[in-house]
Write a protein that binds this ligand. Structure first.
Ligand SMILES: *Cc1c(COP(=O)(O)O)cnc(C)c1O
Length: 468
């Protein structure tokens, strides 16, 4: 039930768990309600205007748990969770900011603001790494399966249509284009039967990854319709079910205080008992996200089902570009029974200019954080770029035969044969993404480039031949 109260959506979570009594309304604020947030209303008018300008272009959504329990309002604007969820002036390029600000000052109408917002969004590389063309699988008749991506042999990504929003939005989200209402920018979803048909015929797939948005915004009964059929022997090749989520940060009550929390927990238990490895791929950026009673209680409850929680997230300027933050986060995760998995490089999309960290600095932060933790917290690989050819890890800066270079490797590749081959790029202190790097030792191109270009051409030719 989500009654509208003063333009603000409420969902009531009324359930007592463990020793704590929680009566918690899920109350969410979007661009329209920015000024209704008490803590925001107290900020200077100029800052509030900047936030309105930025949130007319980039998605904004935050809930009361994040506002009241995760953000330290005595430390604005530096607080990392404030930076994680609230729009900041620097998130738009100065020319985009000025254009939108002038429009809003002139009292332009909604349609005009939306038209300009739409133009700006298209200049922000809304679909990085060729996701639309390169990763969408096809059925036996060559038709595109819209709600899936199949890039690496073992793992299929599924975008359930009911899970394409989040309990709050991250300012740096690489899937931001899904949330701004431009229909043609959205990665649409398909239905359970389409997913199950595809998996039945692709026995090379061992992992299914539910992603979004956030699949944990779905009602348990929807999640169940996707998951439970996978216990049938037809799907014995599916060993692992991963569920990507930020709910442990943004709405931990999902796991212990929503009307269908108990059902969700029982569903996870049945999947585990049925022989699947269930991995909750939790998105974490800062140790503060782990530091509330509601979050810890949710972690305990998930772990008691036999599911494993693995942690991943990008390295982001203004939020976690500090080895001490990563070391503390990884240590807390291990203590809570969470396995550190990936440290990503901020992607080349959206507000990347505000968030990006040079690759050399990213590697230094990773290295310094690793040095401070025990082996159990060193399971996080990175810094890793999810680029179109594959996931490329920066292993470090070194010198070979008198040339300063980046040592790199594929953690994942469109061709599995690329995985774990070391390769080298010319040192560049400003590089922030794979595209900025050139091969070392005077070579013309990286070892994978010809093959990647061929793969790309094949995909595009197939698309041209089968789509109208
Ligand atoms: C990261 C990723 C996966 C999963 O890769 P693992 O290394 O197995 O975690 C699958 N598909 C896509 C498109 C990815 O980016």
């Amino acid at each position: 039930m989500s009654p509208q109260v003063g333009g603000v959506q409420r969902q009531w979570a009324l359930k007592s768990v463990e020793e704590t009594d929680w009566v918690v309304p899920f109350k969410v604020f979007t661009q329209r309600d920015l000024e209704k947030i008490e803590q925001i209303a107290r900020l200077p008018a100029a800052m509030r205007f900047e936030m309105r300008v930025v949130s007319s272009v980039l998605p904004f959504r935050v809930n009361k748990y994040v506002i009241d329990e995760l953000i330290d309002w005595s430390n604005i604007p530096a607080d990392p969770i404030f930076q994680l969820t609230f729009p900041q002036r620097g998130m738009l390029a100065p020319e985009h900011f000025e254009r939108m600000a002038a429009l809003m000052r002139s009292g332009a109408d909604k349609a005009e603001i939306e038209r300009v917002a739409h133009q700006i969004r298209h200049e922000l590389n809304p679909h990085p790494a060729d996701q639309m063309e390169m990763n969408m699988p096809r059925d036996a008749d060559g038709r595109r399966l819209e709600g899936m991506q199949h890039k690496y042999r073992e793992t299929v990504l599924f975008f359930p249509s009911q899970g394409q929003t989040c309990h709050s939005y991250c300012t740096f989200c690489f899937r931001w284009a899904q949330f701004v209402g431009d229909k043609e920018l959205r990665i649409a979803a398909s239905e359970a039967s389409e997913l199950h048909d595809y998996l039945r015929h692709h026995t090379e797939v061992t992992d299914l990854l539910f992603t979004g948005g956030d699949p944990m915004v779905m009602k348990t009964k929807h999640l169940q319709a996707y998951l439970e059929p996978l216990l049938h022997p037809d799907f014995d090749h599916i060993q692992t079910i991963r569920i990507g989520t930020k709910a442990l940060t943004f709405w931990p009550y999902r796991f212990h205080a929503a009307a269908d929390s108990d059902e969700l927990i029982r569903l996870l238990e049945r999947m585990v008992k049925g022989g699947k490895h269930v991995a909750i791929m939790a998105h974490y950026n800062h140790w503060k996200e782990l530091d509330t009673e509601a979050a810890r209680s949710a972690i305990r409850r998930i772990r008691a089902t036999g599911a494993v929680i693995r942690a991943q997230g990008p390295l982001i300027r203004h939020i976690n570009d500090d080895p001490a933050v990563w070391a503390k986060m990884w240590q807390m995760q291990v203590k809570l029974g969470i396995v550190p998995y990936y440290m990503f490089v901020e992607r080349d999309t959206g507000a990347r200019n505000y968030f990006e960290v040079p690759l050399e600095r990213a590697w230094q932060i990773y290295r310094e954080a690793m040095q401070r933790v025990s082996g159990l917290a060193r399971t996080a690989r990175g810094p890793s770029m999810s680029a179109s050819p594959g996931k490329v890890e920066v292993q470090g800066v070194t010198e070979i035969a008198g040339e300063k270079v980046f040592a790199l490797r594929f953690i994942q590749g469109r061709n599995p044969d690329w995985v774990q081959r070391p390769f080298y790029a010319k040192y560049d202190p400003e590089a922030t993404w794979l595209d900025d790097l050139r091969p070392a030792f005077g070579e013309e191109q990286f070892f994978f480039e010809d093959e990647y270009a061929d793969l790309r051409e094949q995909k595009l030719a197939l698309a041209a031949a089968t789509d109208d």
